[in-house]
Ligand binder design. Structure first.
Ligand code: 13P
Length: 256
């Protein structure tokens, strides 16, 4: 049984955009995506631009999202942001386990699982990023890596909570490199993730969870990716910084 999942077109701005640039982006972007009601559009600005973004988008349906958070509500954690702080400014979404957090800042699967549990406990919707490195793909270890990343997080969740998750498959070798996974390669990984969810929980959970693709998504390749049956949306870095490019991605033709 397959279920229709609402496409989710998501932007991760990473460490980009001052307040002035954020304002300029939304002034240009919002009129371009006004009547797109068959899909969700989500933007993850840096923390400093979240409150302003919330204000600028209040009369639109754009969803705003944090790029990270700590698992504790408060404490001596210099430089960190807590779930309560995110909620207080009206943000209900967070990206967790991004490969840059894993590989540059050393977050491991246990830390990411703690963050996911905390987000869910605070009614913040996590977008869990998973994906293999180039050497892991070349050694034929892609599915093993994905399995460990999935199990470390979903192994701690009830079925009820698992339903609230969104997954982003982001092969590390495709992030910021201009090398997009072919639609076939991406579909294969997405199908693996969905079948893993089906085996771990059941097919109703697997059919419900949205699985996004991320890694060098551009206006030119988004439609062929979105045409794949298990690709429910995209998570876009570089091309999401430009309102013209991201509006073309967010508004792309979706056939399935
Ligand atoms: P790029 O689109 O720049 O490859 O980044 C992808 C990404 O990391 C989104 O989270």
């Amino acid at each position: 049984m397959s279920e229709k999942r609402t496409p989710l077109m998501a932007a991760n701005w990473k460490m980009h955009k001052t307040l002035a640039e954020t304002k300029e982006f939304f002034n240009s972007f919002l009129p371009k995506v006004e009547n797109l009601d068959d899909r969700d559009i989500l933007i993850a600005p840096p923390f400093t631009a979240l409150a302003l973004s919330k204000k600028l988008t209040e009369s639109s349906s754009v969803i705003l999202c944090a790029q990270n958070m700590h698992w504790e509500e408060k404490g001596a954690f210099t430089g960190e942001i807590s779930p309560l702080m995110i909620k207080e400014i009206g943000i209900n979404w967070v990206i967790l386990g991004h490969s840059e957090r894993r590989h540059i800042f050393g977050e491991n699967n246990e830390v990411i699982a703690a963050k996911v549990s905390s987000a869910l406990a605070h009614e913040i919707n996590p977008i869990l990023c998973i994906g293999e490195k180039l050497e892991e793909r070349e050694l034929g270890q892609t599915e093993d890596v994905l399995k460990v990343q999935l199990e470390s997080v979903f192994g701690t969740l009830s079925q009820e909570l698992a339903k609230k998750m969104t997954i982003a498959y982001e092969p590390v070798w495709a992030i910021g490199t201009g090398k997009t996974a072919t639609p076939d390669i991406a579909q294969q990984a997405h199908a693996f993730i969905r079948s893993w969810l089906s085996n771990w929980f059941d097919s109703s959970i697997a059919q419900k969870v949205r699985i996004l693709y991320g890694g060098s998504v551009k206006p030119e390749n988004v439609e062929s990716l979105m045409a794949q049956p298990d690709i429910d949306g995209v998570l876009v870095g570089g091309a999401s910084l430009d309102p013209e490019k991201f509006s073309r991605i967010a508004g792309c033709k979706i056939i399935n």
